[in-house]
Design a protein around this ligand. Structure first.
Ligand code: KIV
Ligand code: ZN
Length: 543
């Protein structure tokens, strides 16, 4: 698998050298509490990231679990193609971790091992229980070990933001000498301020003698809300790789958000050009990201992880392009530039929010989906169109957000092994919530049952449980309105746990009880598909 670097390549110019976007949604992002993704969901996100144009996908931490190993391997296989992104696997600075990463990454055309060891005194003393001298030995040895599998090796001194720079310099020098091609500087606990972080990068540039042999990367958490600002300061001081996640998800307060970094570099490229050695007026993009894919990718990650995006979130929040005050609306109507620094279209949204209705035909539907970047097969299109007609019967105006919810609901979901044929509830302040459901089973039988619950959704779930007898715990349930208005579609995201594994479900409908039932079935279908022996599957409905 060891890949050779092409030494005959023409020397890149400042213009042809974009800032590398390293996405860690599937590794650090997945460390967000409750954001666990199954392999199939990881693969779907990895494909979307490749379409978005990220340069490197950190697909997981292969040694951490068999599931992570398999996910990295599958992503390496189907996304790590010749023209696809580099696929990276995380590994602590141990032989076992590095070997597992190398093994999982084997199918990737471009593979990277990212190995790390803590460097702050506080981590050394309490976590690693190692001396600085020991770390100075382990790091280069493990970089060299990783290098025996792949050419592309990244090294991170964990908690660099709180590490003594005088210790970091020789540590990084040794890692580069041992073969690290990227050295990543993590602000692991989100502690530094922009000028401190910029200063740290400058110090590394000035004091690590062989720094010109490696790319400087940054990784940072948002505990004090400064991750993106820190990264931009790092870029000004020489960082050329940014480790970030979609919607900024990640450990604790999350990571620097990809969409914020990319759009800051896009909207303010003339400001950043000079720091990259480009002509100030250069219009050459600073990253390889196709910004028009940002919104769609954000929604996909939000739906699959169940991590809801706050309405006022920069770039991808529901209000990011909404003008509420009369003065602002008036200004925008006269000239958009009065209050808009970027075009909603540049992230894949459209000005034309109200697009389709009951009378819209298949062609208009197909054209709009194409404009929104959805590439559906004929069968998928037919399926989505039927759903669209159904929604349009209940909702007067179908916005792009509705269209997206319809597509996410219909396409890319697990096979509908159990199908909802009917759901009915009766509830109110004078009665016990009661639900009746009819489900079609994988072998075509129609089974009905009813249950009483603490609320209508609880009653529906209990009724479904009486038909599909798979024990599980509901660990998360969220309902969100897709747009404003009384006829808005509701999106339901849920997560259930069965034998330590988490399965997510998503559905959108104008009726939130129907959406809740379908989201639950969606998760159960995912779970059911993993039940291996036939007898185990059959036992589910014969209990
Ligand atoms: O935050 C951190 O330090 C990390 C490292 C593994 C890079 O996630
Ligand atoms: Zn991190």
């Amino acid at each position: 698998m060891k890949q050779n670097q092409d030494s005959d390549c023409p020397q890149p110019t400042a213009e042809s050298n974009p800032i590398i976007i390293f996405d860690t949604t599937l590794r650090d992002g997945e460390q967000s509490p409750g954001a666990t993704l199954n392999i199939e969901e990881k693969l779907t996100i990895a494909k979307a990231l490749a379409k978005l144009g990220v340069d490197v996908i950190e697909a997981g931490f292969p040694y951490s679990s068999p599931g992570d190993f398999e996910a990295v391997q599958k992503i390496a296989q189907s996304v790590g193609t010749e023209n696809g992104p580099t696929i990276c696997g995380l590994a602590r600075a141990t032989e076992k971790d590095i070997k597992a990463a190398a093994e999982a990454l084997k199918p990737a055309h471009k593979a990277r091992i990212h190995t790390f060891i803590a460097s702050s005194d506080i981590h050394l003393k309490y976590k690693l229980k190692k001396t600085r001298a020991e770390v100075l030995e382990i790091a280069p040895a493990m970089v060299a070990y990783a290098k025996s599998f792949v050419d592309d090796v990244e090294f991170s001194p964990e908690d660099a933001g709180r590490s003594d720079p005088e210790f970091l310099y020789p540590l990084l020098e040794k890692a580069i000498a041992a073969g690290a091609t990227t050295i990543n500087i993590p602000d692991t606990v989100g502690y530094t301020t922009p000028s401190e972080f910029g200063g740290l990068i400058k110090g590394i540039k000035d004091n690590v003698p062989n720094i010109d042999q490696a790319i400087i990367s940054v990784h940072g958490h948002d505990d004090l809300g400064m991750a993106v600002a820190n990264f931009l300061e790092a870029v000004k001081n020489g960082a050329r790789q940014l480790e970030c996640t979609i919607n900024g998800i990640g450990e604790r307060a999350g990571n620097a958000a990809l969409e914020e970094l990319v759009m800051a570099l896009h909207v303010r490229r003339q400001y950043f050009n000079t720091f990259l050695g480009r002509a100030p007026e250069s219009t050459v993009p600073l990253t390889n990201i196709d910004t028009t894919q940002i919104y769609k990718t954000s929604r996909l990650v939000s739906n699959l992880t169940g991590m809801i995006v706050q309405p006022n979130k920069a770039i991808v929040g529901a209000n990011a392009f909404a003008h509420q005050s009369g003065i602002h609306q008036d200004g925008v109507l006269k000239n958009k530039l009065t209050y808009e620094i970027m075009d909603a279209q540049s992230i894949g949204l459209t000005d034309n929010q109200i697009v389709l209705g009951k009378l819209s035909g298949r062609n208009a539907f197909k054209t709009r989906l194409k404009e929104l970047g959805f590439d559906l097969s004929e069968t998928e299109l037919n399926k989505a169109f039927l759903r669209f007609k159904d929604v349009a019967d209940k909702k007067k105006e179908i916005t792009d957000w509705d269209l997206e919810a319809i597509v996410n609901d219909e396409i890319g979901q697990p096979p509908e092994l159990f199908r909802l044929e009917l759901v009915q509830v009766s509830c109110g302040d004078r009665s016990s919530p009661t639900a009746t459901v009819t489900l079609r089973t994988p072998d075509g039988k129609e089974l009905s049952d009813a249950a009483i619950g603490t609320g209508p959704v609880d009653a529906v779930y209990k009724a479904i449980n009486r038909v599909i007898n798979i024990p599980n715990n509901l660990i998360e349930f969220s309902v969100k309105s897709v747009t404003g208005g009384i006829d808005a579609m509701g999106e339901v995201t849920i997560r259930i746990k069965h034998e330590q594994k988490i399965y997510s479900g998503y559905a959108a409908n104008t009726d939130i009880i129907v959406a809740s039932a379908r989201a639950y079935l969606n998760a159960l279908n995912r779970l059911y598909a993993t039940l291996q022996p036939k007898e185990e599957q059959e036992a589910v409905t014969s209990a």
